[in-house]
Design a binder for this molecule. Sequence first.
Ligand SMILES: Cc1cc2nc3c(=O)[nH]c(=O)nc-3n(C[C@H](O)[C@H](O)[C@H](O)COP(=O)(O)OP(=O)(O)OC[C@H]3O[C@@H](n4cnc5c(N)ncnc54)[C@H](O)[C@@H]3O)c2cc1C
Length: 471
Amino acid sequence: MTSLFWFRQDLRLSDNPGLTEAAKAGDVIPVYILEDEDAGPDKMGAASRVFLHHALDSLNKSLGGKLVFLNGPAEICLTQLISATGAQAIYWNRCYEPWRIKRDTELKSSLTAGGIAVQSFQANLLWEPMQIKKGDGTPYKVFTPFYRRGCLTADAPRLPLPVPSLSIPETSNHGVKLESLNLRPKHKWGQDIMSGWDVSERGAQNALYEFCANGIDDYQDGRNFPAKRAVSRLSPHLHFGTISPHQAWHEAGSNRPEDDKNLDIFRSELGWREFSHSLLFFNPALKQNNLNKKFDSFPWHTDDARLLAWQTGQTGYPIVDAGMRELYATGYMHNRVRMIVGSFLVKNLLLDWRYGEAWFWDCLFDADHANNSASWQWIAGCGADAAPYFRVFNPVTQGEKFDKQGDYTRRFVPELAKLPDKYLYAPWTAPKDVLDAANLTLGKTYPHPIVDVKDSRIAALEAFATLPKAS
Ligand SMILES: Cc1cc2nc3c(=O)[nH]c(=O)nc-3n(C[C@H](O)[C@H](O)[C@H](O)COP(=O)(O)OP(=O)(O)OC[C@H]3O[C@@H](n4cnc5c(N)ncnc54)[C@H](O)[C@@H]3O)c2cc1C
């Protein structure tokens, strides 16, 4: 018996339930399809594609160079591959983007009707969205009961599976070369952005082990400070599946008591990932529509110049600029800073959260339909269990509190390197001699602030006050 195993967001050999089952059934032909046509407007952004290129390259090496690469609508690609190889079955792990759920459902029935056995598995989430519901059968809208009452009282996440032993027939007649998928841009950005990342299954596991050895003990507090390495940086690996959430869950818990506070908080962050997927599952238009409908009449501004200043890290607010430049340069941004830059966009600039979602989608390695949409709605105040609208992050005090010594900010905004800590987050308050000594000319070497934080906060609250009272 020959089966196809269709890799999607599970680019690993270990803890891969679909691959493990396919291997038990006989020969396995591994395939990856670039699904831009099926994804339509939800196709991957530029940074995700670079990460994907490296993840696929590494996976292909682990499979002895036998991973079949295809490009096009999945139904056509799979039907052709099935007829070329004589495969009788296909296995995959489930994904949860609305377009994939619809497409997979249709594909499953057409393949089954054509005599091909189709089996799908749970691999990428700890609990599937359809599994976690309130007692009355409706979905949770608030995180804490979703996680504590829903997830933690359901079956515990299974233990990770070992790497299966695979028999892969010759596949060189099929598919295209990885390079021809054109996932990597030729220009320098595509190379520079990779520095510091080991995009492979082994690299993901090493990141997890490193975090469990040196990061997790300080997670509760340290996770707020972007200069510290107290977070796992596993998000792109979890998105593309170079590591499974089950392995992260169990590895974090090995050698530490179940009631350890750091462990509890780390696992609850994995729980937020589950919550976002639940929100997306029950609200397929999460990327487009405000969950809280009263925000539909929000008086957003339109200002391309301000949007560009935000995207390029030229707002004149150092912690915001550091975050936006980190994003562009590294494909990642620390969570605390994501919240600061997000609040700045939607509240101080009054620009629609969907602009932020779209920019992150293009620039993040971990760009994830569920996490990105849910997080942006949370920041904007229109999401589930969202930050109250009146909580506007002050970029000056946030910088002073969470990057006091300025290590993170100075790394990404080097023109401020010599500015004393006292003025780092409000350079416009520095006397001229201090600016001169720091080689800083506001408006030339670093921008003046594009808005006043106090005035723009008041404007945001006034805009909010125009919304209908009932939610
Ligand atoms: C505006 C905004 C947009 C975001 N967009 C994304 C996105 O596209 N993709 C993405 O994976 N995360 C997104 N997040 C959530 C969070 O910022 C990242 O998951 C986290 O910073 C990744 O770093 P880490 O792996 O070191 O996290 P850790 O602190 O080590 O957390 C471990 C894992 O838990 C999950 N997680 C942590 N925080 C959250 C959260 N708030 N929501 C959902 N899952 C979480 C991630 O999978 C993460 O890898 C966004 C947050 C904000 C505020």
